[in-house]
Design a protein around this ligand. Structure first.
Ligand code: UGA
Length: 464
């Protein structure tokens, strides 16, 4: 099929590369010429494992352009995957979506095109995009549209860091439209994924046990709500385990055992029960805020989702409390933060807990040193003030430090030569904000090992 994808962010680029890999003739449109030039040269403007390798393989089916006319003209499907950043009132900013929809309408030439909204938008936006398309179509073509296009929603469930695997081997595909013809086109587009009939890329073999992928083919509003309901549930699952972690700390229970014992119940499931400093990223914060904002338009409070946000926010300040419990005074202390990205395998810093923690420590008068194995360059660009505290050498983070906070569970940190660093610290205290380090080994090496819930385990006396 002939596909056009507007926007080359995480979602747009992963969608384009995956569809091109499946053999669809795919054109990516982005107004950012620099991004398009980078992509044409076969490079990825974002860090996402395997994306560049797959891009290279899919290049024969890929076109990159800044010109809407090239991609939209006779496309069977146009995906709009532009950014929808959060406004101060909690609602997403839809200006990019509006202008993308207007440009798409202007260039539609085919007999029938499905215009798919891939950006996460408030419930009801499908109708809104439809209205914009109609108005713009009439303005540019001089007559009302008559079945040339229909709008569909196809929410995205990919996670940064595993975006390609999530796209090629998804738990489900959701499509929503009030036009049966659109649903049929999308069903055909996704057939190779639904049937798992494609030859897997060598870099991403098909996981064992994957059968046919379930398809939810529904109306527009339901598809839109599924996205919000899923993200809000994941966010509250994490906040829930963090709330249980707080009581686990008080009663002396091991939260990892509690999470394991709870998650093995098939009705609950083991994933997204990792306790720690909580969630960040561009999705959970924005989507829970948008869900609450939409509900408030119907005078509906959302106490559960609101509480999930509160608990998550509290985790960030709790880091300071945990350090205070151990160090008593923060002022003048040197604290190192390992990890700045909101999670490993991405350089994305949006709503990263590490940034709030760094600012809170500075407010308390601490001296901080920051490190990230991948996101440092982006951090310099996006956080110029905090970047004064950034170092490329992990040794600097430990040197003379009173405590280290692990904020992102990069494999790189697990594999550090921890034995080498303990003697270089003023006090070898590690707050493992992600439960990612080996507590026994660290205490053996002379560290006081602390988590968000459990008090520091003192090092073994024979190593002191
Ligand atoms: C999330 C959803 O998982 C995707 O399904 C969805 O498509 C995406 O949002 C989106 O709406 O675009 P993402 O934000 O990339 O994906 O990252 P996640 O892997 O969900 O992690 C989010 C945050 O939760 C991270 O900060 C992570 O460290 C934290 N987390 C995750 C925990 O604190 N504990 C856990 O058990 C799991």
């Amino acid at each position: 099929m002939k596909v056009c994808v507007v926007g080359t962010g995480y979602v747009g680029l992963t969608t384009s590369v995956s569809l091109a890999f499946l053999g669809h003739d795919t054109t990516c449109v982005d107004l950012d010429k620099q991004k398009i030039d980078t992509l044409r040269a076969g490079h990825c403007p974002i860090y996402e494992p395997h994306l560049e390798a797959l891009l290279e393989q899919a290049l024969p089916h890929l076109t990159f352009t800044t010109d809407y006319a090239v991609g939209v003209a006779d496309a069977d499907v146009v995906f709009i995957a532009v950014q929808t950043p959060q406004l101060d009132n909690g609602n997403p900013d839809l200006q990019y979506l509006r202008s993308a929809a207007e440009s798409v309408a202007q260039h539609l030439r085919g007999d029938f095109t499905v215009v798919v909204n891939k950006s996460t938008v408030p419930i009801g936006s499908g109708n809104w995009v439809d209205a914009i398309l109609r108005e713009a179509y009439e303005r540019h073509h001089g007559h009302r549209p008559n079945g040339q296009f229909a709008v569909a929603s196809n929410p995205e469930f990919l996670r940064e860091g595993t975006a390609l695997a999530d796209t090629l081997y998804p738990d489900r595909i959701v499509i929503g439209s009030d036009s049966q013809a659109s649903l049929d086109v999308l069903n055909q587009l996704y057939r190779p994924i639904l049937n798992q009939s494609f030859t897997p890329p060598t870099v991403l073999p098909r996981p064992a046990g994957i059968g046919a992928v379930p398809l939810i083919s529904t109306d527009l509003a339901s598809a839109e709500l599924i996205k919000y309901a899923a993200n809000a549930f994941l966010a509250l699952k994490i906040s829930y385990i963090n709330e249980i972690a707080a009581i686990a700390g008080k009663v002396g229970a091991d939260i990892r055992e509690v999470a394991r014992g709870t998650g093995l119940d098939a009705r609950i499931g083991p994933r997204f029960l990792n306790p720690g400093i909580g969630w960040g990223g561009s999705c959970f914060g924005k989507d829970t805020a948008a869900l609450i904002a939409t509900a408030s338009e119907y005078h509906l409070p959302m106490p559960i989702v609101t509480a999930a946000r509160d608990v998550n926010h509290r985790q960030r300040t709790k880091v300071i409390d945990r350090l205070l419990d151990e160090l008593h005074i923060i002022k003048g202390r040197k604290i190192g933060i390992l990890g700045l990205a909101f999670k490993p395998d991405t350089d994305d810093l949006r709503d990263s807990p590490a940034i709030d923690i760094a600012n809170l420590l500075l407010e308390r008068g601490a001296r901080i040193t920051l490190h990230d194995p991948v996101a440092a360059d982006r951090f310099r660009r996006e956080q110029p003030t905090l970047a004064e505290h950034l170092t490329n050498r992990v040794d600097d983070v430990f040197d003379d430090a009173d405590a280290i906070v692990v904020a992102t569970e990069w494999a790189h940190y697990r594999d550090l030569d921890w034995a080498k660093f303990a003697p270089t610290m003023r006090s070898p205290l590690v707050l493992d904000g992600r439960h990612c380090l080996n507590a026994d080994r660290l205490t053996e090496l002379g560290y006081r090992y602390l988590t968000m819930t459990a008090p520091a385990i003192p090092p073994r006396s024979d190593t002191q």
